[in-house]
Design a protein around this ligand. Sequence first.
Ligand SMILES: Nc1ncnc2c1ncn2[C@@H]1O[C@H](COP(=O)(O)OP(=O)(O)O)[C@@H](O)[C@H]1O
Ligand SMILES: [Mg+2]
Length: 274
Amino acid sequence: MNATAAPPPDDVLIRIRGLCTVLNGKTIFDGVDLDIPRGRVTAVMGPSGTGKTTLMRHITGQLAPDAGEIFVAGRNVWKLDREALFDLREKIGYLFQNSALLTDFSVFENVAFPLRQHLKLPEELVRNVVLTKLQAVGLRGAAELMPNELSGGMMRRVALARAIVRDPMLIIYDEPFVGLDPIALNQIVKLIRTLNGTVGVTSILVAHEFSAVRRVADHIHLLAGGKIAAYGTPDELARGDTPWTRQFFSGEADGPVPFHYPAPDYAQQLGLSA
Ligand SMILES: Nc1ncnc2c1ncn2[C@@H]1O[C@H](COP(=O)(O)OP(=O)(O)O)[C@@H](O)[C@H]1O
Ligand SMILES: [Mg+2]
């Protein structure tokens, strides 16, 4: 089929070309091309159900696309053998939509979990790494608490500490703001910025809260209708005047995403038409 695209230059951590995905007969991606620059925070926004989480699953090698190429750190994800794919995944920190903490484990053990999974590290080292990451998210003092003793914002921060415990090159935040009060939301916004300040780390932020995204993202890809509908800095997209950007960034009820789910003619259905 397509010739393999060349790996991108070093300053592009992720390059996607010609991505096509069909799930259950529904076209999710219909030729997506995008680059994610190294060392930056790049947001992926778009209406719900548009494929943002699916895109992340392609990037992390969890779900194969129907066509297209995905390069991460110079490697063609869907051409890697199991071991190399596993290796790549170890370098990605993933903050899930729901914090997904292990309820029977303390905060400390939740954060330690990825370290204990495959590596035989001395306990002293585990302790130092975990406490360092908890300190980074402001929760060193909460190490011995259980998840059910935490607020929603604290849970999210513990999950974040766990996502970075192995010093990933890429951190993916999938809807990190959902369900947080404004204070907790602000804390997460600041943390995303701070954590991305670590040399060389790249962040992808999947979110739909534009006011939060614009404070932290360098660039935004707007995903809609199976393609990248717009790309630019937050200010550029806020000023954008394509139908997609107008509807998405100013919250118009109707536009390319219709307010009405497809339905038969209204008058006819009510028996009003001749
Ligand atoms: N494993 C799957 N099998 C079939 N359909 C799926 C699967 N995962 C997601 N979908 C569908 O793909 C579309 C995109 O889903 P998703 O990526 O979760 O959207 P978003 O994260 O943008 O809200 C949705 O219509 C969803 O129902
Ligand atoms: Mg999603």
